[in-house]
Design a binder for this molecule. Structure first.
Ligand SMILES: Nc1ncnc2c1ncn2[C@@H]1O[C@H](COP(=O)(O)OP(=O)(O)OP(=O)(O)O)[C@@H](O)[C@H]1O
Ligand SMILES: [Mg+2]
Length: 383
């Protein structure tokens, strides 16, 4: 039997593609059941959406009604309203009954009424026309946000309302956190789950005593996946597809990605492609796959390099060669020819803000963009 590549990167990690995160999963499911608000933070591509979706599937089995809205996909207020209408109709008000009838009764009191269209899969799609009076759409969104609370009470069910890429709310309208929080405070049956990757924006919303969301949610942060667990996962996936991977190859693979969820799946994908059925992946396969991964990221990394001022470049090179918990130590600065402290601090903060560098749970600063460290080292050698 021939097999398809068991590794995936880019799409959500569902079912068998998902590994680890047991503790986070258990916690999130409990929070959804309890109506506890949660802020889930992680850098890009660490697996936030995959984790929360898996938690949502589990919570749904416990009768929690789960709605999901990705703010990255709602660049206008009308689109946000449409996305909310859709998930409220489909995921919270999902009772028996004729869908269109249910929807018109559900949305009868909205100030701006949606237009409904039946999609090819039979589900309803909603759209809201822009109105001249901008306050009308704000009122409409406010009423839509109130609906999950009303439905939860009516149906005597818990509801979880998930906002992916929540920081985008600020670019939609800086006043929206106020509007949302006012509504959410009155919905004890609804657990709100906020996901996001831009820490400085999330901090602005959740960490400022003058802001409405201040300390309103339990904070969780997800990190890299434990390389030992990721290793077992990779081995199993090779074996399930009639292939194997040698210990030293697996060690090298995990050393290159440090358990970065996306990066690890990407590299494993390339390695698997190089191994014929019935054979083992060897160290050389991992080196070749890494070369492929670096080539495919080359223009992306070149742009990062070109856009970075000299001080940031020096910090990247230092961290690529050696992650550190003490970036300001004299010996470190000397060895890597780093700029004086104020400049160094600015550069490091800028790299953190760009999400290229992060401080791990162990207190060490390191390059977190997968493969960037390897790329930097190779480029330096080439020059
Ligand atoms: N638990 C997991 N087990 C295995 N692989 C995972 C896991 N979580 C994420 N991944 C890998 O990481 C990739 C990105 O996952 P996901 O889209 O959930 O992350 P994200 O943090 O939501 O990313 P973004 O910031 O782009 O929205 C997936 O395509 C998959 O390859
Ligand atoms: Mg995501």
């Amino acid at each position: 039997m021939s097999h398809t590549n068991p590794f995936t990167f880019g799409a959500l990690a569902l079912d068998k593609a998902f590994t680890d995160r047991e503790d986070e999963l258990r916690g999130l499911v409990a929070d959804m059941r309890n109506g506890q608000d949660v802020l889930l933070y992680a850098p890009r591509r660490y697996g936030k959406s995959s984790l929360v979706l898996r938690a949502a599937q589990k919570a749904a089995r416990d009768k929690v009604l789960v709605a999901y809205c990705d703010l990255m996909r709602t660049p206008t207020k009308e689109r946000l309203a449409a996305a909310l209408a859709r998930t409220i109709h489909e995921d919270i008000d999902s009772e028996l009954g004729e869908a269109a009838e249910r929807a018109s009764s559900l949305f009868r009191n909205l100030r701006v009424k949606p237009t409904m269209e039946v999609e090819t899969d039979g589900t309803l799609r909603f759209s809201f026309q822009a109105t001249r009076r901008r306050a009308a759409i704000d009122d409409t969104i406010e009423d839509l946000l109130a609906l999950p609370g009303q439905l939860a009470a009516e149906r005597k069910r818990r509801v979880a309302l998930i906002f992916d890429e929540f920081q985008e709310i600020l670019s939609l309208d800086p006043k929206y956190p106020n509007l949302m929080r006012a509504v959410f405070q009155t919905q004890p049956e609804v657990g709100h789950v906020y996901l996001g990757s831009k820490r400085h924006l999330l901090d602005r919303i959740f960490d400022d005593a003058n802001e409405p969301f201040w300390r309103s949610a339990k904070r969780i942060e997800i990190g890299l996946i434990d390389p030992a667990k990721f290793g077992r996962f990779i081995r199993k996936r090779f074996e399930a597809t009639d292939r194997g991977i040698r210990d030293e190859a697996l060690t090298r693979l995990l050393e290159a990605t440090l358990g970065h969820p996306y990066g690890t799946q990407e590299l494993a994908y390339f390695v698997w492609e190089l191994v014929p059925e019935g054979r083992f992946a060897h160290l050389v396969d991992v080196e070749n796959a890494l070369g492929q991964a670096l080539r495919s990221e080359h223009s992306h990394f070149s742009k990062i390099w070109d856009d970075a001022p000299a001080s940031q470049r020096l910090v990247m090179l230092a961290l690529a060669a050696e992650p550190t918990g003490a970036p300001y130590a004299e010996s470190y600065a000397e060895r890597f020819d780093l700029p004086p402290k104020p400049t160094l601090q600015t550069a490091l903060e800028a790299l953190v803000k760009k999400e290229l560098v992060a401080r791990g749970g162990d207190g060490e600063y390191r390059i977190v963009e997968p493969f960037l460290a390897d790329w930097l080292v190779r480029e330096q050698e080439r020059r």
